[in-house]
Design a protein around this ligand. Structure first.
Ligand code: HEM
Length: 523
């Protein structure tokens, strides 16, 4: 106590600075005499609580939300293990609602139009990723680019996902599905067809599908399996709150090691693909297509630089710069990263919903057999997928009914006047929602019911404003066409080769549970 007083009443402070504010040294002494460490700490704590509440109120303004926040942490415990009903309550509370978790102020948009406004306001917002993503993907990764730099980088990638480009990769999809369906049947038989959680198997399938589509056979079967085995370490590292540095043997450490391993393998594939394309090899995967486009661009640039006249038909659609093996690996890793959880979720729902609705699965089967002229061994091709309207409707309805991504966090980079009355402050997180738009009764009557017909005889296709499953605006999903084609291929082929049964749990229809399945070969 004496020490604290002693330092407070240093002669210089008393003599030169404090006198303007405090009437006399006698007054100061009497205040300080009454202080204890606990009183000081208590007062500081109270001041911090009041500051925290006032700041929350200031940021909240007219937005719907709790009148007070739980001091400092807010609903942090709820957010660690979020329940769908809690999100639903938030959406129902207003078109914009808020919470504050620790120092982070979060605004959630529920309506279609509010969500669209956020997706389409790149001047004010940019995608918000958890801290761990910077560590795993690398700070220099293209997905963290913003504004023009992002748009320019994306332009160079769009060509990899056109219909023509996707046609080249579809054989890889068929090959992986054949391999995995054999495995599914073997596994189920070895378990005497006991209902078994299958979500992990769908995750593996989707990783293998991604690897083969992205890097083709430049990667061995063993490495594909290793990537599939280790990918869960990457997902586990993506917690909302992480230590700022990577501590050995923690989830982030294991996640980073797994991410580095995948990027390393992708970089080796890039080197192989580069040599193959330079030697005039055939394009078999996304990596080949991108490297070939770079090599074609380099040739074009060289000719122009030498003053050689080049016919406009020879000019590449996008003149690309050269990318290093590491840059290519880093970019392809973002594809894996962006697709893995969403496609695994969609695949799990698709298998479960079909098992629970055999009459719909029968129609998928019938359509798939017909388009193959009765021969179920005909492999998937773009032409075949173009002629599967019902299967396509089933995939679209699955994505509408149970969107794999229900909310997309964005960060406010500049005070955002989102309505006449509400400006969301810089530094806040703002989250457009997908689920309410895909369950909007006006756009999709009987929205809580799974009805593929709405995409054929109904007007679901015209409700493009509500179709936020893949986002919208400058960051809309790069892989959306590929993802839908892969899901169609997957369920179509499964319907021909396998019968499967789902054992529902009370949670099955609302929440993705473990998805207990058993598979048998079709005669
Ligand atoms: C059913 C599967 C998928 C769903 C539901 C999905 C959904 C989404 C959503 C909601 C976004 C954010 C869009 C926005 O902010 O406007 C996104 C972004 C992205 N997705 Fe997907 N996605 C899926 C599959 C894939 C696949 C297979 C790939 C890659 C081949 C992919 C690559 C990406 C990339 C690279 C971005 C970031 C784009 C950017 O920031 O410019 N996604 N996805």
């Amino acid at each position: 106590m004496a020490q604290i007083n002693g330092s407070f009443v240093s002669p210089s402070a008393d003599a030169t600075v404090i006198p303007q504010f405090i009437a006399s040294a006698g007054f100061l002494n009497s205040v300080l005499d009454g202080l204890t460490v606990w009183k000081v700490l208590g007062t500081l704590f109270l001041a911090a609580v009041i500051y925290d509440q006032l700041k929350y109120h200031y940021l909240k303004g007219n937005i719907v939300g709790p009148v007070y926040k739980i001091p400092f942490m807010g609903p942090f415990l709820q957010s660690v293990n979020p329940k769908f009903t809690e999100y639903k309550a938030k959406w129902d509370s207003g078109e914009l609602s808020c919470v504050s978790v620790f120092h982070k102020f979060v605004v959630i948009a529920s309506t279609r139009d509010m969500s669209r406004k956020i997706f389409n306001s790149p001047t004010y917002v940019k995608p918000c990723v958890v801290d761990a993503a910077h560590k795993l993907l690398g700070k220099t990764n293209w997905v963290f680019l913003d504004g023009k730099a992002h748009v320019d980088y994306r332009k160079g990638l769009n060509g990899l996902f056109t219909r023509q480009a996707l046609t080249t990769y579809l054989p890889r999809v068929d090959e992986v599905l054949t391999q995995f369906y054999d495995r599914f049947l073997e596994k189920s038989a070895s378990l005497d067809h006991k209902p078994t959680p299958w979500m992990g198997d769908f995750r593996e399938l989707m990783t293998a599908l991604s690897c083969r589509t992205f890097v083709g056979y430049h990667m061995s079967d063993e490495i594909v399996q290793k990537v599939a085995d280790d990918y869960y370490l990457i997902t586990a590292a993506l917690e909302l709150v992480n230590f700022p540095i990577i501590i050995p043997y923690t989830k982030t450490w294991y996640g980073k090691k797994a991410a580095d391993m995948v990027m390393d393998e992708f970089a080796k594939c890039a080197a192989k693909s580069r040599a193959n394309m330079a030697a005039g090899g055939e394009v078999t995967c996304i990596m080949d297509a991108w490297i070939k486009a770079q090599q074609d661009s380099a040739k074009y640039r060289e000719k122009v630089a030498k003053g050689i006249e080049v016919d406009s038909s020879e000019k590449p659609a996008q003149v690309l710069r050269d990318f290093s093996d590491f840059e290519i690996a880093q970019t392809l890793f973002t594809f894996l990263f962006a697709s893995q959880d969403a496609t695994s979720s969609a695949a799990t729902w698709l298998f479960q919903l079909m098992a629970d609705r055999p009459e719909i699965l029968d129609k998928v089967r019938e359509e798939n057999l017909k388009v193959r002229n009765g021969d179920r061994n005909v492999p998937i091709s773009m032409e075949l997928l173009d002629n599967l309207p019902y299967t396509r409707a089933v995939v679209k309805e699955t994505l509408r009914y149970r969107p794999p991504v229900i909310m997309v966090p964005y960060l406010v980079k500049k005070d955002f006047p989102i309505t006449d009355k509400i400006t969301v402050s810089k530094g806040s997180m703002i989250i457009p929602s997908v689920w309410p738009a895909t369950h909007d009764e006006e756009a999709y009557p009987n929205a809580d019911s799974f009805e593929p017909e709405r995409w054929i005889t109904g007007d679901a296709e015209q409700q493009s404003k509500n179709w936020l499953v893949f986002g919208t605006g400058p960051h809309y999903c790069l892989g959306q066409t590929y993802a839908q084609l892969a899901l169609m291929a997957m369920i179509g082929k499964a319907s021909l080769e396998m019968d499967w049964k789902h054992t529902p749990t009370p949670l099955s229809e609302d929440i993705k549970d473990d998805c207990l399945l058993e598979f048998r070969p079709r005669p």
